[in-house]
Design a protein around this ligand. Structure first.
Ligand code: MG
Length: 287
């Protein structure tokens, strides 16, 4: 009688089956997204649920707020732009000209204040003239020292990669809101792992690694965008695959992916609060 080793195809087959079983494991499983239209406060609203949790859920038993942690001290060395980076804003009037009003219709209407670019109510979003795709981005921001408003109304701005995908900027220092819209959230899509905010008026840093999404000819996303976000030296989004768009679609929904070009501008949001930005540089990376 022959042993198994005399039937190599039997062993090969069993190896193949084991690999197939491994590949079937739910590693990196897609989040389940469901959409419904329901009545809320007498209005028909879109309700989107990600893995059973409503977008912008405020009930802490259903979407707990991230734990508050102590940020790392400002790292001046890591904040320095490498020689290979494109400096988008360095505190000078000249670098204000790297930006224009969203859609390129007007000049940059934000103000240069104490070496920072400050959002002006009604001035609209600002966009870089140069466009980027997958990139590493360093950007520093300070929410207003004079605390006004609460929730989404306090120190709100945003960093939009390719002008589309928002990493939220908000004063989330002792200010509660829906966790998927607090500082460092991929707006409506991904709650930050922890709350690493500094107090209002203090300078904070984002170091963002962004891989753009890819689309096929028909406009279907073939590879989703990926974000790795470090906030004040702490990882708050750990190689997160973005499940769709981050654009506002009502109080409980954000938009789907929609096909776009290979590059787009970096944009900063005017949400009516005088949030300041400084030391902004970007480096293209491989897709
Ligand atoms: Mg915002």
């Amino acid at each position: 009688m022959r042993t198994v080793s005399q039937y190599p195809w039997v062993m090969n087959r069993s190896i193949t089956l084991s690999l197939a079983a491994l590949l079937a494991l739910p590693l990196g499983a897609e989040p389940e997204i469901t959409n419904e239209v329901l009545e809320e406060n007498g209005k028909r609203e879109k309700f989107m649920l990600i893995d059973g949790v409503k977008v912008h859920e405020t009930d802490p038993t259903k979407q707990p707020p991230p734990k508050v942690v102590t940020p790392k001290p400002y790292d001046a060395e890591a904040a320095k732009a490498p020689a290979t980076a494109t400096v988008l804003f360095d505190g000078t009037e000249a670098s204000m000209a790297n930006w224009i009003a969203k859609n390129g219709k007007k000049e940059n209407l934000w103000k240069l204040v104490d070496g920072a670019m400050e959002s002006q109510r009604g001035a609209g979003y600002v966009s870089t003239k140069e466009h980027f795709g997958s990139c590493k981005l360093h950007i520093e921001f300070a929410t207003p020292a004079k605390v006004q408003g609460d929730g989404q109304g306090r120190g709100n701005s945003g960093v939009f990669l390719m002008g589309i995908y928002e990493v939220q900027v908000l004063d989330s220092y002792e200010n509660s809101t829906y966790p998927d819209g607090q500082c460092g959230a991929l707006y409506g899509r991904s709650v930050p792992l922890v709350n690493a905010c500094r107090p209002p008026g203090e300078w904070q840093a984002y170091d963002i690694t962004f891989h753009r999404p890819l689309f096929d000819e028909a406009g279907k996303v073939t590879r989703k965008a990926k974000f790795h976000v470090v906030h004040n030296g702490i990882v708050i989004q750990d190689n997160v695959e973005l499940s769709g768009g981050t654009n506002w679609q009502g109080p409980h929904a954000v938009g789907p992916y929609s096909k776009h070009g290979n590059t787009g501008p970096l944009e900063l949001q005017d949400h009516g609060n005088p949030v300041r930005f400084r030391n902004i540089w970007i480096e293209p990376i491989k897709d």
